[in-house]
Design a protein around this ligand. Sequence first.
Ligand SMILES: [Zn+2]
Length: 350
Amino acid sequence: MRIAIRAETSRDFRPLIGDVSVGLSTGTSGQRGLFLATPRERRLWAAIMLGRYWPELWRRQRIAFFMRADNALYRGLSNPLVRFAFFDLLAPLDAQMPRLAELAPSVLIAPARVLAMLAERQAAGRIRLAPRRVISVAETLSPEDAALIEAAFGLRVDQVYQATEGVLAMTCHAGSLHLNERWLRIDREVIDPATGAFCPIIHDFTRESLPILNYRLNDVLIPDPRPCPCGCASQRLARIEGREDDMLWWAAAAGPRMVPSEAIRTAIACLPQSLRDYRIIQRGRVLHLWLDGAAPGAEAALRASLAALAGQMGAVLPELAFHAGLPPETDAKRRRIRVEPAALPPAAHP
Ligand SMILES: [Zn+2]
């Protein structure tokens, strides 16, 4: 832990313990943890990643990797055919644009919100990148951000859903997200039978440095029962819904019902005129809706469609409070649809 913290403060991520790399993780639960990897584990990870995401085998690749912290694990991607460049998320983004342009990455890897910021710069003509792959990591990729990124770079966004506990899911050649059941055993704790939403309980028998056994994550995954055209038998996921603490629950006669964020996004997308942006935040029993750039009538239309949604679910629509613009926010990871945990009523969880 001392080495990991020193690396974070000095931004020198080279020190190891013997040949074991050490990283600090904030974890999906927000609890501080250590990320360890032996040389064998690092090679295995690099092999899985390069095997899946190398754009063209016969060409050298240049990888731009935006992360909060560098790690020997990621540098394991480097080899004579790959130039790997770490971009520090703690440094100002615009100051790093000249170095990014000079690298001209063929593979761009970053958290979803950073990819969205790069996409905005690309769309505005401020940068001109031509990546062959764009991979979203470290946080949930919302459909809005995915559309923005795909339009700006003209290709599909891949997703690697990785935590301290390992690679949990990644997109296949057909573009579907699959649980990484080739490498992990993943049990499921279903939290909402109606959607099949579950929290994964993982066991990783490939790890020696940091055994992961019977470990429950608080990410909520929505399964997709359809087989995937890629032929992979690992569980296909409709999406990663987000953290368990971020789920909206509405009261219903048979107990609280989880509200799929997808249903709320659809209600927003079906408004007669589109919004610039929005936030939907449940605080206690009140659902606060910030509608940025809303046309007259948007509130009434949204109220009607959310009431219809509650009706379909057999749930009670919470009290709605509409606001103009967006709430003040500092954390780039803030989600458009979320719960403010402090205000979560004790009865809201099943
Ligand atoms: Zn597939």
